[in-house]
Write a protein of this length. Structure first.
Length: 416
């Protein structure tokens, strides 16, 4: 949104954040000889110290009071994103404990208010270059990009420390047809289990902050954390080798809208269905839309029998805001589907729910939405069944249940 509306993006960190607030717990110490004349006195702790269970809440309340005093209000959809109406746009501030990411046309004035009026000790205030494990920079064309170069380097250094050598580069995070759940190799010892758990945690954080290309591969591996095998550790090593091979991958912030003018718009008659007269529910109290509008695009797919033991399929979803990937999802489905049609329907249902949530979040952030959302899948039967009320299900039988011996099992039989 900052790039779309020509806002500057700054980052800063608040030093000793918890000590900026006061505790509500009764905490005291008996002064020792190091306190000199006050030895033996009862000293009451007033500040929210690190380690107290309530200190995080006390700091959040303190920062909330400061931001409200500056004219910011929390978004109803994302309470850690604060916004301020500036007439033709919104200023935004994303809060992660004591890390602040500010999007504004004049971020220096916000920094000045925090440091001068509210006496916060700010560190590293300026145009964003590193935030929550991601490096931020502009490419040769001036586009804002973020990448995990430093984080991937940290993972590589940790790998070198654990195994004494660099990982072998891999062109894909997993080989075709490989199923870790079927692995029968030797169990790891206690030291191997700790290494496995540590590497899995680092991969999960890499997915969280941008490397969604390994998400579907990683989702199966955490389930073995309590009792992993050597084959599972080899899978993790291959994924890290893949990250090493493509360590320079970046996500570019592209604000251009995708052109969907060539997609035909289907006019369907919904009167005799339960969806007649359906309209998008827009809650009351949403902030007035400001700035340039956006179009959301979603790609969805499913992998049948991703887990061969439970028979569960995997769902993969990628959401784009204009032409920038902003959210991703990969998870085993909660039901067991025996055909691709069923698993694709489950994936499309999950994607639809996420699209509704995304549109609500954007409205609560004051973002203008341009028309409907677009969702793309590769199963025409699912698309027609879900979007055309009078459609009929036309799909060939599953190749492995074919009753005709004149065709190989690897091809669909149209004679059955």
């Amino acid at each position: 949104m900052a790039e779309l509306n020509d806002l500057e993006v700054w980052a800063t960190n608040i030093g000793n954040a918890y000590l900026e607030s006061y505790t509500q717990d009764k905490v005291y110490v008996i002064a020792g000889p190091e306190f000199g004349d006050r030895q033996g006195h009862t000293l009451v702790i007033r500040k929210a110290l690190h380690g107290l269970k309530s200190s995080g809440l006390r700091w959040y309340e303190r920062l909330s009071d400061v931001l409200r005093d500056m004219g910011f209000i929390p978004s109803k959809a994302q309470r850690d994103i604060w916004m301020r109406d500036c007439g033709d746009h919104y200023d935004y501030m994303a809060v992660h404990v004591d890390d602040l990411l500010i999007a504004s046309k004049d971020p220096s004035s916000i920094i000045k208010t925090l440091s001068d009026e509210h006496k916060f000790k700010l560190k590293g205030a300026g145009a964003v270059s590193f935030h929550l494990g991601c490096g931020w920079f502009r490419d040769d064309d001036g586009n804002l990009c973020y990448a995990l170069h430093q984080y991937v380097k940290k993972v590589m250094d940790n790998y070198l420390r654990l195994f004494g050598k660099r990982p072998h580069n891999a062109h894909s995070p997993i080989v075709q047809g490989d199923h870790p759940e079927l692995d029968t190799s030797d169990l790891l010892n206690n030291a191997g289990i700790q290494i496995y758990q540590s590497l899995i945690g680092s991969l999960q954080w890499a997915i969280q902050i941008g490397r969604f290309d390994i998400a579907t591969t990683v989702i199966t591996l955490p389930r073995f954390s309590a009792c992993p095998r050597q084959g599972h550790l080899d899978h993790v090593k291959r994924i890290i080798g893949y990250l090493s091979k493509f360590k320079h991958s970046v996500i570019r912030i592209c604000t251009d809208k995708a052109d969907y003018s060539n997609i035909p718009k289907k006019e369907c008659y919904w009167f005799y269905t339960c969806y007649t007269g359906a309209r998008e529910g827009i809650p009351e109290g949403c902030p007035t839309p400001r700035g340039n509008s956006v179009v959301t695009t979603t790609y969805v797919d499913a992998n049948l029998f991703h887990d061969m033991i439970s028979g569960r399929s995997a769902t993969g979803i990628l959401h784009l805001l204009n032409m920038t990937p902003i959210d991703w999802y990969s998870m085993l489905q909660s039901t067991v589907e025996t055909a691709m049609f069923g698993s694709e329907c489950v994936a499309a249902h999950t994607a639809t729910e996420q699209i509704l949530d995304l549109r609500l979040t954007l409205r609560d952030l004051g973002v203008p939405l341009d028309g409907p959302s677009f969702m793309f899948g590769d199963n025409k039967s699912v698309v027609n069944t879900a979007s055309v009320p009078h459609s009929k299900l036309h799909m060939p039988p599953h190749p492995r249940s074919c009753c005709c011996r004149h065709h190989p099992l690897s091809s669909h039989c149209w004679h059955c």
